[in-house]
Write a protein that binds this ligand. Structure first.
Ligand code: SF4
Length: 753
């Protein structure tokens, strides 16, 4: 176990440390004295303090040391900008950045890629130069989708990774605990801080039997999504186990883990097995496979491991499923799908079939899809619907080009898109239907929320296996079940499609294709990171000012929000995504979705200095210009939704001092602290009702101390001053974040000291 095996072929000097992991586990075992699940073993073997850490599933907060960080290009911008403001010479944890989200599908791979390189030039240049400077591996546009590249190059059994994308769990197909986080968490780990997560509950899925015919690995997660629903996995890791696991390919397991994000799961994971070994060997990582075999006893669940919930699935009885429209948990087996289409009046005609994406673009997926297309072509027929193919990586594209699947899929009628996210994230210049026109599309992707693919709320988007996408695309209708129905060949004769077949791994090995990786250079000191001062998409972050050491008197309330205030209300997505790397520009969306308790409207507040009614960001900017700090008053669970750090950065940038609510969503609360703001809660929740939007307040910042409430003095416009007690959850080290102005300021101070 003291062998030295590199984590990846792309870096030098970062070894897989199974020995340390075993030692940590031994410590935890002696304390817990019970059998552990595999997911628990991965997490607990990465504890920052295995001796002292409280461990209770669903309760304690674990401080962990991940092995790696991966960022996609949309989220990497702000993560790196923040990291830069800490003034550290390089990242402390191996990190990669992947250019996949900003490429729009329009006319096909080559041209779409060239257009994206042009439109996003300054973002790509920034990412490329900053990655080179801070020792981050950079995967250029065209290299492929983050999760596919991670599976092919970086994932390893027993590893712990965080990624700034919700489908990071894809790496569970190689037995890695891979968890999607916000940029702020990634920055912490890049800067050598431990990463904190609530100890997940563990949901076990025990697989028995073996799949056959038209059933594919995707159907396992489509079925599980139907059982658990979009909320069922919240706060839990889904851990697959049982004898059925061994018949699945590693990439198939990746598909299942990937889509666990749709049921809210923290991540999903499979135990190390021979299929993972085969995949590691095929992707030039046999040494990792051999090393993992030595450590195999720790790369699966202990006998008698206890799950918080257990689901049993017999794969021999599992039917192919189609999930949707509009939600990934509306699961319908293919035998009942025709009836469901009629009952629900879903548009019968299938307009577009789309295969690929990070979810389903393995060699096996493409080979099976091509086998169905070949069967059709042999009968003289082609796709009736529009048909697109998105290879998950340049390696997959090059390999299926060499081996003929790509040609078959093109002959069948497929348009091959860039190795990128494309229509999966709405990067799709779709022209075959008008906005508002009801229509159906079917993809092998993972998400199908309203408007996600083409921004048309009337598009009925369904998700299924690539096999069913190809079969239904051939028929051109949702009313086709390839297991029972026949099609007409070119002579009008009936025939039935043969069930798909295809190799799991390429017998001639993978073809790496074009070189799309940029390794950080040896000499990085001389590299300068270019950001144009006139850019509207990127802006260098200047560290926030430190606290002035005083109480804040006579502070206006920018807005008292009513009801739900989610991170989407605080920092909207959609068109604003473009400005994710430019804090000042994106701040123009600050709180524009929140409902003002004073008038029941969004984005309309009264400026307490001028008396004018204006937009929320404009009013905040006016206060900032006048040197006036402000606060927000919020209701229950303020900041629920996502881990988006912009929801904390924007108020900080526009001059907030504190956000005072009945309660916070925990991730947002931490994000506020990290940016040097004070998240405070009313000790008496009824005080929320007592406070009026046009009151002024004194915040007694000097009282801030661990475990002690601080005083809020409220000056009603025409009434008697009263006091409220405010609680907070700052611990000692977090207090310095507030005092220094942000967590990064604190880190920078320590780095200098
Ligand atoms: Fe996310 Fe879709 Fe891209 Fe996958 S292909 S990373 S789900 S946008």
């Amino acid at each position: 176990l003291s062998q030295k095996v590199e984590m990846t072929n792309w870096e030098k000097g970062h070894y897989i440390n199974y020995k340390k992991m075993s030692e940590n586990l031994a410590i935890v075992r002696s304390r817990l004295n019970r059998p552990l699940t595999f997911a628990e073993k991965i997490l607990y073997s990465h504890l920052d303090d295995p001796h002292g850490q409280d461990i209770e599933r669903g309760k304690s907060y674990l401080k962990l040391r991940p092995d790696r960080v991966a960022c996609q290009d949309a989220t990497a911008q702000m993560a790196i900008l923040q990291f830069m403001s800490a003034n550290m010479p390089s990242v402390a944890t191996p990190t990669t950045v992947h250019c996949d989200h900003l490429i729009e599908a329009q006319v096909g791979g080559e041209k779409d890629l060239a257009r994206a390189q042009d439109i996003n030039k300054e973002v790509y240049d920034f990412l490329s130069s900053s990655c080179a400077k801070y020792n981050i591996g950079f995967w250029r546009p065209g290299s492929g989708i983050i999760h596919q590249i991670v599976l092919e190059n970086y994932a390893f059994p027993g590893g712990l990774m965080i990624g700034t994308d919700s489908h990071t769990p894809n790496a569970g197909g190689l037995g890695m605990c891979a968890i999607g986080v916000g940029g702020a968490d990634a920055v912490d780990v890049m800067a050598n801080l431990p990463w904190e997560v609530k100890a997940p509950k563990i949901i076990g899925v025990r697989l028995t039997g073996e799949m056959s015919g038209w059933t594919a690995p995707k159907d396992i997660i489509l079925k599980v999504a139907g059982i658990l629903t979009v909320k069922g996995g919240t706060g839990a890791i889904i851990e697959y186990h049982g004898p059925g696991v061994n018949a699945l390919s590693a990439t198939g397991m990746g598909t299942i883990c990937n889509m666990g994000a749709e049921i809210g799961a923290t991540t999903s994971v499979f135990p190390f097995n021979d299929r993972m070994y085969d995949y590691l060997a095929a992707t030039k990582r046999k040494a990792i496979g051999d090393f993992a075999r030595n450590y195999a006893a720790e790369l699966k669940e202990d006998k008698g491991a206890q799950y918080d919930e257990l689901i049993e699935l017999n794969l021999s009885e599992l039917e192919p499923h189609i999930n949707g429209p509009f939600t990934p948990d509306l699961a319908t087996p293919i035998s009942k799908f025709k009836d469901a289409v009629a009952t629900n009046k879903w548009p019968e005609e299938l307009k577009v079939g789309l295969i690929g994406s990070c979810t389903n673009s393995s060699y096996e997926d493409m080979s099976r899809a091509a086998s169905i297309a070949r069967d059709a072509l042999n009968h003289g027929i082609k796709a009736k619907s529009m048909f697109t193919v998105t290879p998950g990586s340049e390696q997959i594209r090059a390999t299926i080009e060499r081996d003929g699947q790509l040609e078959t899929l093109e002959e069948f009628g497929g348009m091959v898109l860039a190795n990128a996210c494309g229509p999966c994230i709405g990067q799709w210049d779709r022209r075959d239907v008008k906005k508002g026109e009801a229509n159906s599309i079917l993809s092998s992707y993972n998400r199908n929320f309203t408007g996600r693919n083409d921004a048309n709320p009337a598009t009925h988007s369904f998700v299924t296996s690539p096999d069913l996408v190809v079969a239904l695309t051939l028929a051109g209708t949702l009313n086709f079940n390839p297991l029972t129905d026949t099609l007409k060949d070119k002579d009008g004769k009936d025939f039935k499609l043969s069930p798909p077949t295809g190799e799991g791994l390429p017998s001639r090995g993978y073809d790496p294709g074009r070189d799309t990786y940029q390794a950080p250079p040896e000499d990085r000191a001389s590299i300068s990171v270019a950001v144009s001062p006139t850019s509207d998409r990127l802006q260098i972050l200047n560290g926030f000012e430190a606290w002035d050491g005083k109480d804040a008197m006579d502070v206006p309330i920018l807005i008292k929000t009513k009801g739900k205030t989610t991170t989407d209300h605080i920092s909207m997505a959609g068109p604003w995504l473009k400005y994710r790397g430019h804090l000042d520009n994106i701040s123009n969306n600050m709180l524009i979705g929140a409902i003002n308790a004073a008038n029941g409207e969004a984005n309309k507040v009264k400026n307490m200095v001028t008396g004018e009614v204006d937009a929320v960001p404009a009013t905040a900017r006016d206060y900032k210009k006048r040197g006036i700090k402000w606060v927000v008053i919020g209701d229950w669970n303020y900041g629920e939704g996502s881990s988006r750090e912009h929801a904390a950065l924007e108020p900080r940038h526009l001059g907030a001092l504190a956000i005072i609510t009945r309660s916070f969503a925990r991730i947002h609360e931490t994000n506020l602290k990290k940016q040097g703001l004070m998240p405070l809660t009313f000790a008496d929740p009824a005080d929320y009702d007592k406070i009026n939007p046009d009151d002024k307040v004194d915040v007694m910042c000097t009282e801030l101390a661990v475990g002690k409430p601080l005083t809020l003095r409220v000056h009603p416009k025409d009434g008697k001053t009263w006091e409220a007690k405010l609680n907070h959850t700052f611990n000692e080290s977090q207090l310095s974040w507030f005092k220094d102005g942000s967590a990064l300021n604190t880190m920078a101070r320590h780095a200098e000291a």
